[in-house]
Design a protein around this ligand. Sequence first.
Ligand SMILES: C[S@@+](CC[C@H](N)C(=O)[O-])C[C@H]1O[C@@H](n2cnc3c(N)ncnc32)[C@H](O)[C@@H]1O
Length: 307
Amino acid sequence: MTKETLHFLSYLSILNEPIFVDGTLGLAGHSISLVVEKKESKIKVIGIDKDATALKIAEKKIKEAGLVENFVLVHDDFHNINDILDNLSVKKIDGMLLDLGVSSMQLDDKSRGFSFSNPEIALDMRMDQSQSKSAFTVVNTYNQKRLEDVLKNGEEWHFRKIAAAIVSSRKTGPIVTVGDLLKVINAATSKKYSKTHPGTDTFRALRLEVNDEISRLAKTINHIVQILAPGGRLAIITFHSLEDRIVKNIFKQLADPCTCPAQLPKCICGKTPKVKVLTKKPITPSSDEIKINPRSRSAKLRVIEKL
Ligand SMILES: C[S@@+](CC[C@H](N)C(=O)[O-])C[C@H]1O[C@@H](n2cnc3c(N)ncnc32)[C@H](O)[C@@H]1O
């Protein structure tokens, strides 16, 4: 949704050398387009990604586009945004983008274990390959209750059966590959007959746990709003209803934090709006984009502006 996202970021072109943070740089597609389209305003992009491989490819693309001067690349987690900006002596930012989830590069790289279409691959799913927690760790070391929680939080509705089956299977040896786990899921559920791949929900739940994708999101959005300059915008693209719900609710709270009873004629709680929501309904990709890139079909873009 590059076109739609850039539309909401077009205000950057009236600023002089605005500071823009791309918290999920990936292969820098969005940020390169933004800098090129708004060339006259000399946007400075702080590009963050926790995947060192993605950053290397992004660096090459930025060089090829002749935009090295516009970018600072940071190998880190965007949840550490305050420390990242402190290290760069940046106090306020003019805009930020979070394009959540995994990239096509990560999904297509068989060795990363994000996709269940490669049964022989080791369970991994780490975006940051320097971290120790992988899908193998979660599946083979979490106790049954913790596994149930992980699966339930990731909206795997067969969480009890699958957690029990994983723990039982571990008695005969570790669950090592994608295929090993799929066998356990298939044996534990009747998902063979469901429309989606039987591994979809469990794999998503594991990915969210391995990469800690959900738990800190609401808190981080609050931090980002504090460091946005007035008029600055935060755009977030999600690919799953779980994340979208969090984004929608926190945006709503930030825009309307008043806790006074509805019958009071005037607010007395003193909680004033911090942002304006610019997308009353989420923006979704056009049918043309879905045709070209079917993976974009569940994408949703929401944008707020700091007051
Ligand atoms: C959907 S892709 C972004 C694609 C990017 N917008 C582009 O145009 O190429 C998501 C990227 O964000 C990274 N990522 C996801 N969560 C992250 C986090 N908490 N901190 C830093 N990077 C993260 C992933 O490693 C991945 O490269």
